[in-house]
Design a protein around this ligand. Structure first.
Ligand SMILES: [Zn+2]
Length: 429
């Protein structure tokens, strides 16, 4: 058992389970989920009932256990619970965002990720034993070397990777490491942007994290997807050709997701590293959650805003910052890009530079956002702090290296570290 809570992380490792066995497990999970869903709505729609009855999770689980009492079991009792709970978790999520048009889960599913809770996991040396139903031998998972000294495994999931067409294990582990002590008492602010993913800094110095590849990938993906979807719409439904095109689209989406996740991890790492260098104890992030809500900015900007996955980036920054011992606070970001840090007047900037029409003050546009977020955090209002004099540019570590290796087959060298100029010089050599 784990007494003191240390950091919880998810690791993805290879799955060497027999394909048929893995399929059977996830099919069983899907069947249990579907059974829960069907029972739930049958009770809800029951004819003759005076009022609609919304089954509680507890009642539904009892009822379903009764219905499936004669089925030959395959899953551990708690894995079964996890599949049943899945439906009610989805209901809860839908309820929370009903105003935004979310629907309650209503689709039957034949496949579902099988989940082992802590109670179904035993450890024997470097092997995990995942329990199945009574009488069946447990599934053995060899722990890779980097996970052998973890404190405990909290959850194991059998996840099907739709792009690679294979199964993977997702291990949720408590790694036994305590978060670090914050590097200092400083406060830095982060402005998340669409062109430059982030600007980090305080009153003295700002670091602009540049990542052109991100937008390049997003726009390219949108174009390729539109082209593929158009071609797909001409195919006869249910035909073999249509199925093949659909599979190609799934693969493309999955690949895009992987590339974006990778970049976002690297960007968030660069943000947190910059904050550590400035000895921050607190990171104030501009809250852009409602940036795309109910406002029509035109075709081009709407597309950009909808593709901008700031929530994920914020999550990544948050957990990486917490591991470094820093606190993360959200700050209202309204008018932070428009307020002049020098005289406090407001106007909309054009292009990448902000130039004040009243006092003539000029600096990088995203730095204005960054300093005003800091100003709002510290003084409660934008436009109270002067913009930092020193501006650095940085490209996330290993980003260019990754691209160059893939394109030209050159060996990986650490050329992309440091300021924005280095990679260009290195590329010229
Ligand atoms: Zn001004």
């Amino acid at each position: 058992m784990c007494d003191t809570v240390t950091m919880i992380r998810t690791h993805i490792i290879d799955c060497h389970l027999n394909r048929a066995e893995a399929d059977a497990l996830n099919r069983a999970s899907g069947a249990i989920y579907t059974q829960t869903l069907v029972t739930h709505y049958r009770v809800y729609r029951k004819r003759g009932a005076r009022t609609r009855h919304w089954l509680s999770q507890f009642a539904a689980m009892r009822l379903n256990d009764y219905f499936t009492r004669d089925d030959p079991p395959l899953l551990h009792a708690h894995s079964k619970d996890a599949a049943q709970e899945g439906f009610y978790k989805a209901c809860k999520t839908a309820k929370a965002s009903r105003e935004k048009g979310a629907k309650y889960p209503h689709k039957r599913t034949w496949w579902r990720t099988t989940i082992w809770k802590q109670s179904g996991i035993r450890r024997q040396g470097d092997t995990l034993l995942l329990a199945r139903a009574r009488g069946l031998p447990p599934i053995m998972v060899e722990l890779p070397e980097h996970l052998r000294d973890v404190l405990c495994v909290l959850e194991v999931r059998l996840v099907y990777d739709r792009c690679a067409h294979l199964y993977t294990w997702h291990l949720v582990v408590e790694n036994g490491k305590q978060p670090k002590v914050a590097p200092g008492p400083n406060v830095v602010s982060v402005d998340l942007g669409e062109i430059h993913p982030a600007v980090v800094g305080d009153e003295q110095q700002a670091t602009i994290i540049t990542c052109r590849e991100r937008r390049h990938e997003q726009q390219g993906h949108a174009k390729r997807l539109a082209k593929l979807s158009k071609a797909l719409s001409t195919k006869r439904k249910g035909s073999r050709r249509e199925r093949r095109w659909r599979a190609a689209r799934t693969r493309m989406r999955a690949k895009h997701k992987r590339i974006m996740h990778d970049m976002e991890h690297k960007i968030s790492r660069a943000v947190v590293d910059a904050a550590v260098e400035q000895q921050a104890g607190t990171i104030a992030i501009g809250d852009v959650r409602d940036v795309a809500d109910g406002v029509n900015h035109g075709k081009k900007h709407n597309q950009q805003a909808s593709q901008w996955n700031h929530g994920h980036l914020r999550q990544l920054i948050t957990y990486k910052a917490e591991a470094e011992g820093m606190a993360v606070e959200l700050v209202d970001e309204h008018y932070t890009t428009q307020t002049c840090p020098n005289c406090g007047c407001r106007h909309k900037p054009r292009g990448r530079n902000y130039t004040c029409g009243r006092c003539g003050f000029s600096t990088h546009r995203d730095v204005v956002g960054q300093i005003n977020i800091l100003s709002r955090y510290k003084a409660g209002q934008a436009g109270r702090l002067r913009a930092p004099a020193e501006i650095k540019h940085r490209i996330p570590h290993n980003l260019r290296v990754m691209r160059r290796c893939r394109d030209t087959g050159q060996p990986a060298m650490a050329v992309a570290r440091g300021t924005g100029r280095q990679p260009r010089e290195a590329a010229a050599l």
